[in-house]
Design a protein around this ligand. Structure first.
Ligand SMILES: [Ca+2]
Length: 104
């Protein structure tokens, strides 16, 4: 399966958007990114590049439909720019790159 179509993005985003109806705070990026990643992780046969693309498209769609702190036209692009780095950190952490849980 290739990356999600716009229709699939919109359908998946609906479930996430409910949780941010009261507005989106900066720290919510750390809730939104894992939610998007969990959704794409459940898709069978999608390449990891398509999963990343789909996760980012999903995150961008959600961010376009929530009220972020301050003027959205300024702040939303900033949060969008941060999202891919959060994805990379989560992927790195899931591969055990930080060794935080390693017992000595
Ligand atoms: Ca706002």
């Amino acid at each position: 399966m290739a990356a999600f179509t716009q229709e699939q993005i919109e359908q998946s985003a609906k479930d996430i958007l409910v949780e941010f109806e009261d507005g989106f705070q900066f720290a919510d990026i750390f809730k939104l990114v894992p939610k998007a990643m969990k959704i794409v992780e459940q898709v069978q046969g999608m390449s990891s590049e398509d999963k990343k693309t789909t996760a980012i498209n999903l995150i961008d769609y959600v961010l376009d439909h929530v009220d972020v702190p301050g003027p959205d036209f300024i702040v939303t692009p900033i949060i969008k720019a941060v999202a891919p780095y959060v994805i990379e950190v989560i992927i790195a952490a899931s591969k055990g790159e930080f060794g935080i849980n390693v017992k000595s």
